[in-house]
Design a protein. Sequence first.
Length: 370
Amino acid sequence: MIRPNRAVVPKVMVLVFAAILVAAACSSAATTAPTAAPATGAPATGAPSAEAKAYKIGWADIYLTPTWMGQTLDAMKAEVARLSTGGRTIDFQVFNANGDTTQQIAQIQAMIDQNYDAIIVDAGSATALNPVIEQAVSKGIVVTNFDSLVTTDKAIRINTDTFTWGVITAQWLMDQIGGKGKIIAMNGPAGVSVSDDRYAGAESVLKKYPDVEVVADVRVEYNLAPAQQACASALAANPDIVGIWSQGGAQSDGCLKALLAAGRKLVPMPGENFNGYLKDWAEQMPNGFSSFAVGQPTYLGAMAVTAAVNKLEGKTVAQYVNVPLPKITDDTLKDYVPNDLPIDAYPAPYPPQAELDLLIETGGEPLPVY
């Protein structure tokens, strides 16, 4: 993935999305192909417009299976509800490609043919979607892209710095293990840009440590059960590891559970703001377990909705928006747990709306150079 030139520093507030808010003002359909059946909602950022405006916006998602995606969908619906003032309406549709990039391309093409005003994309491929996205933009359709990014700069791209994610988590692990020994790498599905970019960041650090050997590069979806099974297999084949580099919260929690189930020593590993992992981390700290986590905020999708509406209404929107990376340490873990959220929730920083609006407008600060 080409790294756009942006980045920002986060602040801590625990995010809880209210499903009641969503149900009161918006509904959506998760389908495999665009249809005319509407979901309701509407945009209004700032003062309500005296003129009624109706927008047709679709989210082309590569898959909805991970719990992070479900929370992101809730955030997007809540944002549609928040923007539903001043006589504006949004026909908001959700299209699930079920992990099939070809299907995702077809869904985007169908939205182009049906004259959608804006298309939001969480991409299954960094490059394969470029032509259809460029076609959409050439026809005057606003395209916003978040989380797993495409490389074309025709889309408005919104994300954390996933390369930095890999850098800082890998460096933390190297500091913990003294820069030597065998480790397991837990990655997301092959070809998904957010996974590839995080690992590229990690590898940029690992190559500086010739005494570190990655004995297993595990590729698994961001869900607890398959992650635990995959990690258990990697642990069985590699009994002498000293650490685990993991880029996803469910993956880290799966590995922690696998270590405990096998009666193995708890080796250091970084993680993500997956609530189950945060709770297990806190529970195992008295036993000497240490971790460091960053997070992919679920409000990235909400920002993509806002950016699309702002662009449709002629407001200034940065072509790339870099969103703060939340960081959690042994010392700050107490700010996240205990909590009453389900284990598959993703507690995350949620800055005031004014800060997010400013980010959308300006794009944030320059990325660090590695």
